[in-house]
Write a protein that binds this ligand. Sequence first.
Ligand code: VGL
Ligand code: ZN
Length: 232
Amino acid sequence: RTFLHAGAALGLVAFAPQLFAAGKVKPAANSALIVVDVQNCFLDGGTLAVKGGNEVIPVINKLAPAFDNIVVTQDWHTAGHASFASTHSGKKPFETTKLKYGTQVLWPDHCVQGTDDAGLGKDLALPTAQLIIRKGFHKDMDSYSAFEEADHKTATGLAGYLKGRGIKTVFVTGLATDFCVAWTAMDARKAGFEVYVIEDATRGIDLNGSLAKAWKDMTAKGVKRIQSTDIA
Ligand code: VGL
Ligand code: ZN
């Protein structure tokens, strides 16, 4: 890389067009795109709308053809879910409480199973997606991660699915960067995958500095932070 940059500075790139591709990541056949929670609840007009959430949709649609394998996730809560503030008397959204597995941020009621709010964004165009994995459906436990529920014991089965299909590398996109995307990316590392998060294909909630912390935590776990323009 150092050599290529020096070369670029000298104008050598003009004679070696293949170098333009050198900094790009080409998803191999054993890579999967994971599209996290691009659901109405997290989009404009949804019950837990993420600022700029709709902007990830065209970016993800454009990335999709570069991938042989695409997995989509849905946050899929029961009514009266433990992660809802309304379930806990005296609690308001964005406060926290202690549950069996640790501290839980309390959210507005969102992504309730079978509601339009829990449906995938209508403009998401992923006809080749092969698996939709739902999570957060145990009433007493949340699951930001698409791999492991919040007790860090209960598996969703996604790691087994990906490994069973020979997937080695995952590219994570979707909503929200600092919750479900980050937890999914870090658990993918824990499960032994090479992991990229495509930053401009995500948007964060950013609750009390959670977005900066998520990037710091992801980086410490070996998650690579890239942009959609880095994909060949
Ligand atoms: C999410 C908060 C609550 C997410 C899900 O998809 O990031 N955030 N449930
Ligand atoms: Zn949720």
